[in-house]
Design a protein around this ligand. Structure first.
Ligand SMILES: Cc1ncc(COP(=O)(O)O)c(C=O)c1O
Length: 454
């Protein structure tokens, strides 16, 4: 075991329950509020767009939730995913640290996203729903949901942020192969899209806008529900399969982690990876959790902790979270999956309570770290994932300075095989570290926050 590069679990060793952090939170989670009344929402408020089983998971007090057999059967196509020891990266950095990464890029869609897509398609199909509508940024989530709907013989409609639709044509092809319909958002198919286009016909789109369109599509069609790839509690829950496997694998390697690192767009890969370790930290174990985001969309590091809408049009419930303001439109950085104005409320709460720390990086140093990783470990990371790699590299360099042999573990959320245009731009020196300081834009967007007195 000492010299191995990968730590595998057998399919029989795969965890059979998801971990729900809600009963272990240091303080109760602030409720979602109804956008019209400002009062806590009820399950009936969510019923037009989500099946009952997922609404129950959203607020469940149960610590462990069994994974249905039909989901386990699909998970086993690629799970358990390997935990790698990054020995070549360690050698290149000349660090005494031990670096591990959990490889979620082995899923058919190339990222962690199918862990919840498969679960969401399953529960919706079981509730008699025929079609799912969703948004996608970089295209990873759209691909994951297209894949999942394909397995459950459901239709899938994807509103893809316009800038990504044009930057990532092959992600579109994947979604088409798995049978989904894909539209560049904002579209003229929805009221939300039409009013955004009337205000700004040249907009590059945003996740907030695409969410408005998908929610409206679901709410106005009886046979259609909405699926969200991140942010909500049930999505964090489904992703905990990642951290639960990692825990078993680290135990097999005889390791106890000092630092756990993940990138954050809406928070799902980070939460799924880290939440199973949070109770250990709350019981006194010395584990640091580091959430990494881009400086172009610095939600956790520069946002306000307050109630805001999850989308641009103000259709979703109000969520207590770090937010840059629902009208904030981040510049078109290549890590499209990290361009969201808010973050998962569970993650935000733990950042607010200082259990989780957050940091932000500009994209050029992030791509430098991605190149180093590709040169040493071979795999080309998604630009989102490269944010986590940059933080892991920085932590390992710190260990070199202090001569500490720490155990650093990060989540390798996805591969970058469909992000090669971004790598070309980086190699040609054309990637801009957005100098335009988002502070002014954030200040303006925060002035438009909804006024709530919960
Ligand atoms: C590979 C990859 N990693 C990370 C993310 C960020 O999402 P989340 O914070 O929900 O994990 C995305 C989103 O599209 C992604 O594609």
């Amino acid at each position: 075991m000492m010299d191995s590069y990968k730590i595998h679990l057998s399919e029989a060793e795969m965890p059979q329950e998801w971990y729900n952090i809600i009963p272990d939170l240091p303080s109760p989670m602030p409720p979602y509020l109804h956008p019209a009344t400002g009062q806590p929402i009820t399950p009936e408020d969510l019923a037009p767009i989500f099946p009952r089983a997922l609404i129950e998971q959203e607020v469940s007090p149960e610590r462990w939730i069994p994974i249905p057999d039909d989901i386990m059967r699909i998970y086993r196509l690629w799970r358990p995913s390997p935990l790698h020891r990054a020995r070549n990266l360690e050698a290149a950095l000349k660090t005494p640290a031990r670096i591990y990464y959990k490889n979620e890029s082995v899923s058919p869609a190339g990222s962690h996203k199918p862990n919840t897509a498969v679960a969401q398609a399953y529960y919706n199909q079981a509730a008699g729903i025929k079609r799912l509508a969703t948004e996608t940024g970089a295209g990873q989530w759209g691909c994951a949901l297209a894949l999942a709907c394909n397995f459950f013989a459901m239709e899938c409609t994807v509103y893809m942020v316009k800038v990504s639709y044009h930057q990532k044509p092959y992600r579109r092809s994947l979604m088409h192969i798995w049978g989904a319909d894909v539209y560049p958002s904002p579209t003229d198919r929805t009221q939300a899209g039409r009013s955004i286009l009337a205000r700004d016909p040249e907009t590059s789109g945003s996740l907030g806008m695409a969410i408005s369109e998908a929610v409206e599509d679901a709410a106005t069609h009886e046979d259609t529900n909405y699926a969200l790839g991140s942010v909500l509690n049930h999505v964090m829950l489904h992703q905990t399969i990642v951290g639960l496997e990692t825990k078993k694998q680290l135990a097999l390697a005889g390791e106890s982690p000092d630092v756990l690192i993940g990138c954050v767009g809406g928070g799902s890969n980070f939460a799924g990876f880290c939440f199973p370790f949070v109770p250990d930290r709350l019981k006194g174990q010395n584990i640091r959790f580091v959430a990494v985001e881009p400086t172009a969309c610095p939600t956790l590091t520069k946002g306000a902790y307050t109630y805001d809408f999850g989308d641009t049009a103000g259709l979703t419930p109000l969520i207590m979270m770090y937010t840059l303001g629902h009208s904030f439109v981040p510049s078109g950085i290549h890590a499209g999956g990290l361009r969201y104005h808010g973050d998962a409320p569970l993650l935000c709460q733990l950042v607010h309570e200082k259990v989780i720390e957050a940091r932000a990086y500009p994209q050029n140093p992030v791509f430098e770290a991605a190149r180093l990783f590709a040169e040493t470990e071979g795999i080309i990371p998604a630009p989102e994932t490269a944010h986590a790699i940059k933080a892991a590299v920085d932590e390992a360099r710190k260990c070199k300075e202090t001569n500490q042999a720490k155990c650093i573990v990060f989540n390798f959320s996805g591969h970058g095989h469909f992000d090669l245009a971004a790598y070309d731009a980086f190699l040609e020196g054309q990637l801009k570290d957005i100098e335009l300081d988002p502070d002014e834009m954030i200040k303006k967007a925060l002035e438009e926050l909804p006024k709530v007195t919960p």
